[in-house]
Design a protein around this ligand. Sequence first.
Ligand code: DC
Length: 211
Amino acid sequence: MTGPVIAIDGPAAAGKGTLARRLAATLGLPYLDTGLLYRAVGRRVLDAGGDPADPAGAAAAARALRPADLERTDLRGPVADAAAAAVASIPAVRAALLAFQRDFAVARGAVLDGRDIGTVIFPDATAKLFVTASLDARAGRRYAELAAKGGAVPLARVTEDMRARDAMDAARAAAPLRPAEDAVLLDTTALDPDAAFAAALALVEERLRPA
Ligand code: DC
């Protein structure tokens, strides 16, 4: 590895995407949103008329994934959310996506956000953050995002969907969501985006400093 690898894990809508993107820009590193990989695999399965919970079809879609699939504009929203969560619980899908994620960081290092970056993909990452926020805070943020886009999903529904996805991500046998033992926890419940970024940057810079 020729550059630092920064692993940012945590549940949905904890703010890790925004943080990871800003960290990458500030540190001059490439950025990969690994959730997009699972979303794009789910979409490929749906395109082929398959069931995202079918291991053979989902694994074939994962092996066929191309970087251009990550540019699709239909990777967000409830259908893509559900398809991504389903394919993400299939070990053969996770195995097929492992090399893609490791290769991404080979040339210059990278900032990657996801669920298992610090535990499975890069256990030796230079810095590991586990970004969390309360369920209510995360659902409130997701609700505000949807409302800004003109969506009319009730807050109670957003909260319940998020609770269900949290449970799926944490309970699955393949790479369940959990902090790496050496991850630093960052709770963004009471932090605005700038305060969360300042805290994250300070933690990462501490790890990047030569011992
Ligand atoms: O972060 P996200 O909401 O875009 O993730 C989409 C789904 O993929 C979600 O169910 C969690 C799963 N995922 C995963 O299992 N491992 C990752 N590294 C990233 C996402």
